[in-house]
Design a binder for this molecule. Structure first.
Ligand code: GLV
Length: 309
C-alpha cells in the first residue's frame, strides 16, 4: 500500500517512522513535485500544493491532518468523488478546552489586574467572582465545542451552546439554528467560536453579532480567521461593546505585521496554537481508519462536502 504525504511541514520526514510503526507494509511517499506518487492509495494532506492530486490516479481516500477542511475543499484540482476524512479530536479538544478556559479564567478572575497590582506593589483584594456575571456562549457543538462547553460548565459557569441541530448536552443550555441565534447572543457575555468555516458561518463574528451580546463582552475566536470581520471587531472594542478579545486564527496567517490586531491593547493574539495536531494521536487515528477501509468498513470522520465539514 502506498501513502502519499503532502503537507507544508518542512520536516515531513519525521512522520514516516510513526506511520511505518502502525502500517509496516506501507510505502510512505513524501510529496515531491519532481517525483509524484501516481499510484498512491491514500493521501495524508495539510494545505497541500494545488497540483498534488493532478498526477495521482489510484487514490481511495484523502485524510486531512486537521479538524477543519475549509482550505482543502477550496483547493483547485481536488478530485470530486474521493472520500475525505478529517481528524476527530485526536488530542485537540482537550487543548482547545484548556486554551479557552485559561482566557475565560483570566478575564473572570481579574488576573491581568492582579499582575498590574503586583508590578505596583499593591496588595488589594478585588471583588470575588460572581459566576452569573459570566454567561458563556459556545458557537459550534462538534467534538471541540462540546468539550469546551462541558469543561466550562464543569467550572460552574453558566454555559450555552449554539449549533445547527441544537443537540442536547447535559449542563449546557442548547440553542439551535438561525431562529435562536439572537436569543443565544442576548444571554451571552463570553462568546467562543469553535465553528467550522462554511459559506453559512463565514463573517458570522460581525458588528451585528457583537452588538447583540451582553455588555462588556469577551470574544474568543479559535475557529477560523474568516469567521471574523476584522474591522467590526476593532469598532466593537472602540465603542466599548467588547472589553477584550482573544484571537488564535486570522484571515491571513502569519498575521501581517502591520495589522492593527498586533498592537491593540484589548486584543490578545496567539499564532494558531490553540489546538496543535499531535503526531502520535494523529498517526494512530489515521492508520486505524486506513485499516478499517482496507477491511471494507466505513470509518467515522467522513466529510460531507455539501455541508462543508
Ligand atoms: C487546525 O486549525 C485544524 O483544523 O485542525
Amino acid at each position: 500500500m502506498k501513502i502519499l504525504f503532502a503537507t507544508e511541514d518542512p520536516k515531513a520526514e519525521r512522520w514516516k517512522a510513526p506511520l511505518l510503526e502502525q502500517l509496516p507494509q506501507a510505502d510512505i511517499h513524501i510529496w515531491d513535485a519532481a517525483n509524484p506518487a501516481t499510484d498512491a492509495d491514500y493521501a495524508i494532506v495539510w494545505q497541500p500544493p494545488a497540483e498534488v492530486f493532478a498526477q495521482t490516479h489510484s487514490l481511495k481516500a484523502i485524510f486531512n491532518l486537521g479538524a477543519g477542511v475549509d482550505a482543502l475543499l477550496k483547493l483547485t484540482g481536488l478530485p470530486d468523488n474521493l472520500p475525505i476524512y478529517r481528524l476527530e479530536d485526536a488530542g485537540m479538544s482537550a487543548q482547545m478546552a484548556e486554551y479557552v478556559a485559561y482566557y475565560v479564567i483570566e478575564a473572570s478572575r481579574d488576573m491581568a489586574l492582579y499582575r498590574e497590582q503586583q508590578a505596583d506593589g499593591v496588595w488589594k483584594m478585588l471583588r470575588p467572582i460572581r459566576r452569573q456575571d459570566w454567561p458563556i456562549g459556545v458557537l459550534g457543538l462538534g467534538q471541540i465545542g462540546k468539550r469546551v462547553a462541558t469543561t466550562l460548565a464543569g467550572l460552574d459557569y453558566p454555559v450555552a451552546g449554539w449549533s445547527r441541530s441544537g443537540q442536547p448536552i447535559e449542563g449546557v443550555e442548547s440553542f439551535a439554528g438561525q431562529e435562536q441565534f439572537k436569543s443565544f447572543l442576548a444571554r451571552t457575555r463570553v462568546l467562543i467560536n469553535t465553528l467550522p468555516l462554511t459559506p453559512e458561518t463565514r463573517d458570522l463574528l460581525n458588528y451585528d453579532t457583537f452588538s447583540s451580546l451582553l455588555p462588556d463582552a469577551v470574544v474568543i475566536n479559535v475557529g477560523r480567521g474568516e469567521h471574523l470581520v476584522d474591522h467590526d471587531m476593532i469598532r466593537a472594542i472602540d465603542e466599548g461593546l467588547i472589553r477584550h478579545s482573544v484571537l488564535d486564527v486570522f484571515r491571513q496567517e502569519p498575521l501581517p505585521i502591520e495589522h492593527p490586531f498586533w498592537r491593540h491593547p484589548s486584543i490578545t493574539l496567539t499564532p494558531h496554537v490553540s489546538a496543535r495536531t499531535l503526531r502520535d494521536e494523529t498517526v494512530q487515528q489515521i492508520c486505524d481508519k486506513i485499516k478499517l477501509l482496507e477491511s471494507g468498513e466505513s470509518p467515522s470522520g467522513l466529510i460531507d462536502r455539501q455541508r462543508g465539514y
